[in-house]
Write a protein that binds this ligand. Sequence first.
Ligand code: HEC
Length: 210
Amino acid sequence: MKTPLRLLLACGLAGALSAQDTQPAEVKFSWADLAEPAVAELAKSGERLIDRIGGSLMVEVERMLGTQGLETAVQTLHLRHLNPPRPVEGKPRVTEIKRTSFRVRNPRNAPDAADLAALEMIRGFLNSGEQPPKLLVQKVERADAPVEWRVYRPISVGPNCLLCHGPVESLQPQVRYLLERYYPEDKATGYNAYDWRGLIRVSYERPDKS
Ligand code: HEC
């Protein structure tokens, strides 16, 4: 009966750790070197996919606002049904697509510890007045799981995003009402045009899982 007890203890411990720290002890992450050919290839593929996602996000906002009522727009945005592209034999497989930020509207988009490190990295550049890198590549290692490679790209707020992400006092009453109704924990208002909004992230698993 040793195993169940050990498992129970391990779970208890993990629970206690994650209560203090959002990063469970067994997750390690580090920045990957874009000069390495395998990393550069991932970065290129991630960049292409993120460009497509970013483009779809913009088009979707314009289309929704042009053709649907605000209520549908608020309930549908953004790209919630976006599935990872179909895997190609022998190529890195996209396992997740995420949009995250220091200030999220939907708590499900909240950053984990590795996302937070990426957000902090970009904020550091912006705070010091430097141009942040266009892409970040991160290696995330967990016990008993294949290595996850994350490609991040910063996104900013366009003028037509302000309808739903602008300063609260500037929001149309209906938008305000809908946001309060569907997103009571909303933190994603108060932006100005061209502010940095957050990151789009694409996660990959390599064929050899390393
Ligand atoms: C009609 C309202 C509306 C407009 C316009 C809008 N958004 Fe959003 N945005 C939302 C909603 C609703 C969510 C929460 C989506 C969810 O539940 O995942 C959201 C979430 C996000 C997120 C994910 C992180 C989070 O806060 O949960 C990002 C990033 C984002 N929006 C960026 C943008 C950008 C960039 C634009 C302009 C191109 C834009 N939004 C325009 C309503 C809007």
